[in-house]
Design a protein around this ligand. Structure first.
Ligand SMILES: Nc1nc2c(c(=O)[nH]1)N[C@H]1C(S)=C(S)[C@@H](COP(=O)(O)O)O[C@H]1N2
Ligand SMILES: [Mo]
Length: 215
């Protein structure tokens, strides 16, 4: 049965307990996977910005020290790459993404966010996926700060969506009133990318139409 376009987030049945989504195979350990170079962290130049359709159009930014002063919590979950590999049982620690919405209220009509990373990597997310209780802006994994290959100092973790929706080296959250494709979504990957319904590619439904330019 087709999943309706606006179905709510399908959260993991038992996050981090080895239940594999369709078409995924477990991998040993935690391989590194991303496109492009690993950025260097310069704390004095680093900030996290929230911008776009905020209420009152105010932009908010936090320094690294300010980010680490925000309340953080733990989520245990697996990480599913759209290429079919799953690394298991990550204990993430970080700022719940819903906190960002509390601190920077969105304008009326915000439906999506774009998560921005170093070097212009981006991923679009439905607001409901971003504010899901298991979505974190992670600083730690397994009790240790993230390694630089895995996104130090900050990465988004959205366990119920494919890995391309979890940008490493996160630098910004843009509030959107219209969906817009991010880096992989412009290259044929699914705009929602939920692992439990197995939608990896735009051709798996007609949602690609939403990105067709208005001529
Ligand atoms: N900035 C950035 N983040 C990224 C990517 C990328 O290319 N650049 N690749 C994504 C993809 S496709 C996956 S599967 C996960 C892999 O995360 P890992 O290397 O920590 O396992 O990172 C995601 N985050
Ligand atoms: Mo991936």
């Amino acid at each position: 049965m087709p999943v309706p376009e606006d179905h709510p987030p399908v959260l993991p049945p038992r996050p981090g307990h080895g239940v594999l989504p369709p078409g995924q195979r477990p991998v040993a350990g935690w391989p590194v996977s991303h496109y492009g170079p690993v950025p260097r962290f310069r704390p004095e130049r680093w900030d996290l910005k929230v911008f776009g359709a905020t209420r009152g159009t105010a932009t908010r930014s936090w320094s690294w020290d300010e980010v680490t002063a925000l309340p953080r919590s733990t989520v245990v979950a697996d990480l599913h790459c759209a290429q079919g590999t799953t690394s298991l049982n990550h204990e993430w620690f970080g700022v719940p993404a819903a906190t960002i919405l509390d601190l920077v209220p969105p304008a009326e009509g915000v439906t999506h966010v774009m998560a921005w990373a170093e070097y212009g990597y981006s991923a679009n997310l439905r607001l409901s996926d971003f504010t899901a209780p298991t979505t974190l802006l992670a600083t730690h994994r397994g009790g240790e700060p993230l390694t630089v290959e895995h996104g130090f100092p900050l990465r988004l973790v959205v366990p119920h969506l494919y890995g391309y929706k979890s940008p490493k080296w996160l630098r910004g959250i843009e509030y959107l009133t219209l969906d817009r494709p991010g880096f992989w979504e412009e290259r044929g990957y699914h705009r929602i990318g939920d692992v439990w319904t197995g939608r990896r590619y735009a051709y798996q439904d007609d949602s690609a139409d939403l990105f067709r330019p208005q001529l």
